[in-house]
Every structure is written in C-alpha cells, then in structure tokens.
Design a protein around this ligand. Structure first.
Ligand code: F6P
Length: 348
C-alpha cells in the first residue's frame, strides 16, 4: 500500500507597522497556495505568533472580501525574537511542531532583518517587503507607500485652501523615520513650498528665507512638509523621551510643532501645525498597492513552489523578481539627492 502524499504547508505572517496592501498579499498568498494544493496557515501578530504558536488556518473563505481593507487580518507586532534567547528557542520549536514546509514573512527592515537571521538557522523562508516609508534598498517600491503618499497629498491639498484663506503658514508633519520619501513625493504632488527630510539637516534660516521670498512676491501663505525623522542642523531629533521599540527605534514625532513655533517667531507669520500620524497607515489601499501586493503574494508562493528559499520578492522596473534575502536586501534606501534637488526647485 502506498502512503498518502503529505499535503504541504506554508505559513505566513505580517510584522512591524501595518500598512495598506498587507491584506491583498495575504489573499494572494492564500489563493495561489491553495491553487497549488498547499495548506495555508496564518501566524498571528508577526514573530510573536510563532513564538507563542498562535496560528489560524487560512482558506478561500477567510480571505474573501479582504482585498480593499487596510491593516492586516493576521495582526502585527514589533516583536524581536532575537531580543531574548528563550523566545528564539520557542520560535524554532514551533516551526518544527507546525511541520511547516515554508514560511513567508511580510515586513520591513526589522521583520525581514529577523528573517535574514532565521534563514541562517535553516528556516525555509521567503520575504515580502512592506513599508509605507519605501526605504528598503532592494526593491523600487514597497506597497503601502503609494497609499500613504496619496493620503498626505490630499491633506496638503486641504491645507492649501485653509492656509490661503487665513494667510497662514501650514506645517504638516508626515511619517518617515530614516527616509523622506513620503515627504518628498507628497510634497511634490501637493505643491509644497518647503520639504524637509531626514537626509538633509534642517536649515531654519533657509526655511524662513524661502517663506519670506514667497511673501515678497505676493503669496501670503505657505505649506511646509516635514518628515518626522528630519533633524536640525545641530543634530537634534525630536522624539518621545525614553520610548523605544524592541528593535531599539525611538518613537518619533513632534518636529512639526517645534518647527512651526520657530517659523512663527522668526517670520511673524501666523503658523499652524498638523501631524498626519497614523492616518497615513490606515484605510483602503490604492489600486497600485492592491496590484503590487497581489503580484508580490503570487510571486512569493511561486518561489516557495520552486523551492527557492532565502529570497525576497522585489519590484525592479515593472518586473517582480526574486533577490537574495540578505543584509543588503533590507538595507536603507534614502531619497535620491537628485530627486530632492528637483523638489527644491519649487521651494519658496
Ligand atoms: O516604519 C513605518 C512607520 O510608520 C514609521 O514611518 C514610523 O516612524 C513608525 O512606523 C511608527 O510606528 P508605530 O506604529 O509603532 O507608532
């Protein structure tokens, strides 16, 4: 008698900050894997779920209707299994207990950084890059970014009408921990008058000068976009005192207020500050992010089916390809200086 063929099993998890487009990936992975006859398990809350062994079966029914939804039906966390060795041991044990043939990790620099180390422990992993910040070096775009830029652009459009009516300076603080992609792209698309990013120290004199220049040519309102991770020339980063996550990142936020107060004091123009915060991460993904998430999910499963582990899916030009999931894949991608120079042409 021949033994029945074992049904193969792939698990997936979403880690780090959520973003629009995660559910399209979960749906695509599940549907593509089921088509291939595989069983699919969803690990809850990122690496934490694998440490605790909390998984749910995913089938066509459980991923039905999730394509347009923001967030992640699996939940997420900023858990770092390498912070405590007993967590790592539990994670490795659960990987075995669950009898996984493959694991797909969807995340940014931290989640995929963990994946890089786990590949070295022998786990059969494929990575899917995600972040609204778009700051991963080995993919042209991450999903979530396009949605965040559109949300920030719409906010800038809205701020324009009230800024113009009241003849005010509007400072808008957007996300972007190490890289100013959201600020630069939303700023260009929204016609901001000054854009400040982590890649270039903030020159307060130059900011005020650009605003004065605008006023001198008859424009008595201005929009200043600042990324939360921008630093002043003296190296000051505005962060929440003592708040760090499991990967050692400080919690940012507040530079907009500091900047707004300075601009008002120095220029004498009435200034208001808007912090966009997590609004940029919530809600429905754009068509671009739904399509990119779907392509990434399908490609991730196809890599699993082909036994190509230790890879990350990546958008290069218009092609979704596989790259090696190593330290280089998760290295930082900052704003191209030439691109920022182009944005600067419209300052003031
Ligand atoms: O990494 C994505 C990101 O949205 C950053 O832009 C931001 O600094 C951070 O996450 C905020 O994290 P949290 O959701 O933990 O406040």
């Amino acid at each position: 008698m021949t033994s029945p063929t074992k049904i193969r099993k792939v698990a997936l998890l979403t880690g780090g900050g959520d973003c629009p487009g995660l559910n399209p990936v979960i749906r695509a992975v599940t549907r593509r894997a089921i088509l291939a006859g595989w069983q699919v398990l969803g690990i809850k809350n990122g690496w934490q779920g694998l440490i605790q062994g909390v998984v749910i079966p995913l089938d066509l029914q459980s991923v039905s209707g999730i394509l347009p939804k923001g967030g992640t039906i699996l939940g997420t966390s900023r858990t770092n299994p390498h912070q405590h060795s007993e967590d790592l041991q539990k994670l490795l044990a659960n990987y075995k207990v669950l009898q996984l043939d493959a694991l797909i990790a969807i995340g940014g620099e931290d989640t995929l950084g963990v994946a890089v180390k786990l590949i070295k422990e022998g786990l059969k992993l494929v990575g899917v890059p995600k972040t609204i910040d778009n700051d991963l070096s080995n993919t042209d775009y991450t999903f979530g970014f396009d949605t965040a830029v559109n949300i920030a652009m719409e906010a800038i459009d809205r701020l324009h009408t009230t800024a113009e009516s009241h003849h005010r300076i509007m400072v808008i603080e957007v996300m972007g921990r190490h890289a100013g992609w959201i600020a630069t792209c939303a700023g260009i698309a929204g016609g901001a008058d000054v854009i400040l990013i982590p890649e270039e120290p903030v020159d307060l004199d130059a900011v005020c000068e650009a605003i004065r220049k605008r006023h001198a040519r008859g424009k008595d309102f201005s929009i200043v976009v600042v990324a939360e991770g921008a630093q002043f020339k003296n190296g000051t980063l505005v962060a929440k005192e003592g708040k760090k996550d499991a990967f050692g990142h400080v919690r940012l936020g507040g530079i907009g207020q500091v900047l707004g107060e300075f601009i008002e004091e120095r220029t004498g123009f009435e200034t208001r500050v808007t912090v966009l915060g997590h609004i940029q991460r919530g809600g429905s993904p754009t068509a671009f992010d739904r399509i990119l998430g779907t392509r990434f999910g399908v490609k991730a499963v196809e890599l699993v089916l082909a036994g190509q582990f230790g890879k990350m899916v990546s958008l290069q030009g218009n092609q979704v390809i596989a790259v090696t999931l190593d330290e280089r894949a998760v290295a930082m991608k900052t704003v191209d200086p030439e691109f920022y120079l182009m944005a600067k042409l419209f300052f003031g």
